[in-house]
Design a protein. Structure first.
Length: 119
């Protein structure tokens, strides 16, 4: 359903150090992620991941949409901005995890759109 919380991504400088921190804090379980510098987080009630090279970042919150291209067009129509397409670096990654777009609303607040993979 459009608008449901779909995915949370945590950006850190060092993903291994971040894994140890959140594993120690919350007891989260991690698995290798789609990129060379990240992990998927298991056991939460929503999809989640952690990636490196993004020290001091705020968590990214992604909302599910059925059609990411149509939703991106609507963001623009409403005065928002579309940023980077993240997480779908390859067809294999997009097939496994779906497509992700970073966005800003019409007041500059960050959020993301996520179209889950088919099936």
């Amino acid at each position: 359903m459009d608008g449901e919380l779909s995915f949370i991504e945590i950006g850190v400088g060092d993903p291994e150090r971040g894994r140890r921190f959140y594993e120690g804090l919350f007891g989260w379980t991690f698995e290798p992620g789609p990129g060379a510098s990240g992990y998927g987080i298991s056991g939460l009630n929503v999809g989640a991941g952690i990636h490196g090279g993004d020290e001091g970042a705020h968590p990214y919150v992604f909302f599910e949409v059925a059609d990411i291209d149509a939703a991106a067009a609507r963001v623009r129509e409403l005065g928002g901005e579309i940023g980077d397409d993240v997480g779908g670096e390859s067809e294999e990654s997009a097939a496994q995890f779906g497509r992700f777009l970073l966005c800003r609303d019409d007041q500059g607040s960050h959020f993301g759109l996520h179209q889950p993979p088919p099936g």
